[in-house]
Design a binder for this molecule. Structure first.
Ligand code: ZN
Length: 383
């Protein structure tokens, strides 16, 4: 018997930037994986009747700042990860744990913190959300042997460069090479200073370092000039990231730039939260609507920027709906009262989607979102 059957899907968005929609209307999930896509499939046991609503992959937030467990000292808020789940987020990528109280700034300390955060979240997933944490904050004095040790312990991320002690491009580039040779993904903070005393980071810095991601090019909090974003796209192979905790107008401009250049595969979406601007449970849904409504990007591609593109960057199995992949997905719809008639139409006009449920590893995690508006359709979840 299957874990879960989803029937009467109106639109099935895959998260694959090259092939973002399929014509299947039903999904069978077994042992936490998608086993069949089809038309008119059904089965006994747990069942979701989507009533013509839309299924998308679970959202993968490319930019979070967790600490340990489901608590953020930055905003003194508990259960924020559970709240993001109610906004459709099933995977989170840490961009560093700088909010850790009394965080160490010596090499032994930052190394230990990265290993601890990685293992803590690997062992305990808040509300089932897959939090990939343990992003090492680069500090002067880290050696290549330290990167060996971290990689052996499972650390796969370097925190956004620019928010910790390594400020010069030469040291940043050296440590980036050490990290990338060990399959670690490296992000550079771009734009204005987010922490007093740090300086603005422009395209020249990103080009010198050659990271995997130019973080929040629409601002965190102030945006790069669009000409700098073009230089990054021209002179590096990095992805460019659009975040909620940034400049809304620039978010649309960066999306439109990527569309004009035929490089939608290089855009990833995150929230950059929790941060000074707060906890943002619906941040991913909102950036998807900015990219579609202000950037003119087709809504199915906006979904891919928030799912499959993030997965491709980090080598995750999640993020794309296909046979054999983990069943991490959301049933979404136009929000009740929207001028649009379905989820993709709602994104195109800038509305925030209604999330009816988020499924992780084949298990629906709630039957009514406490954070999004209610869906237009009467979706039934019997699981
Ligand atoms: Zn930043």
């Amino acid at each position: 018997m299957s874990d879960l059957v989803i029937v009467n899907i109106g639109t099935l968005v895959t998260g694959d930037i090259d092939s973002p929609v399929t014509d299947a209307d039903s999904i069978i999930i077994t042992d936490g994986e998608i086993t069949t896509f089809g038309s008119g499939l059904d089965g006994d046991g747990p069942r979701i009747d989507a009533a013509g609503a839309t299924v998308i992959p679970g959202l993968c937030d490319n930019h979070v700042h967790p600490v340990l467990g489901d608590y953020t000292p930055r905003q003194r808020t508990t259960d924020f990860i559970d709240s993001y789940l109610h906004g459709g987020v099933t995977t989170m990528m840490s961009a560093g744990e700088p909010h850790t109280p009394g965080r160490p700034t010596d090499p032994a300390g930052v190394k230990a913190l990265a290993i601890l955060a990685h293992k803590s979240f690997a062992n305990a997933r808040p509300s089932g959300v897959k939090v990939h944490a343990g992003a090492v904050l680069l500090e002067p004095g880290l050696t290549e042997a330290d990167f060996d040790e971290m990689a052996a312990a499972g650390v796969r991320l370097v925190a956004e460069i620019g928010i910790s002690g390594v400020k010069d491009p030469e040291t940043a580039a050296q440590m980036t090479r050490w990290a990338q040779h060990r399959e670690m993904r490296v992000m550079v903070h771009t734009g204005g200073a987010s922490i007093p005393g740090s300086s603005a980071i422009d395209a020249g810095f990103v080009i010198a370092v050659q990271p995997d991601v130019a973080g929040h090019v629409n601002g965190g909090p102030t945006a790069l000039p669009l000409s700098d974003v073009e230089r990054i796209l021209d002179e590096t192979s990095a992805r460019v990231e659009i975040v909620h905790n940034g400049n809304v107008k620039a978010a649309g401009q960066v999306a439109a730039l990527a569309l004009r250049r035929g490089e939608l595969d290089r855009v990833v979406i995150g929230t950059d939260s929790p941060a000074g601007s707060g906890v943002q449970p619906l941040g991913m849904l909102r950036v998807m609507s900015w990219v579609a409504s202000l950037g003119g990007v087709g809504p199915e591609w906006a979904v891919a920027m928030a799912t499959g593109n993030v997965a491709a960057l980090h080598g995750l199995e999640e993020g794309v709906l296909a046979v054999g992949m983990p069943a991490d997905l959301c049933v979404v719809d136009a929000p009740l009262g929207s001028q649009a008639h379905d989820a993709m139409g709602a994104l195109a006009i800038g509305d925030t989607l209604a999330v009816a449920t988020a499924v992780i590893d084949g298990v629906p995690r709630f039957t009514k979102s406490r954070n999004t508006p209610p869906p237009l359709r009467a979706i039934s979840i019997n699981a």
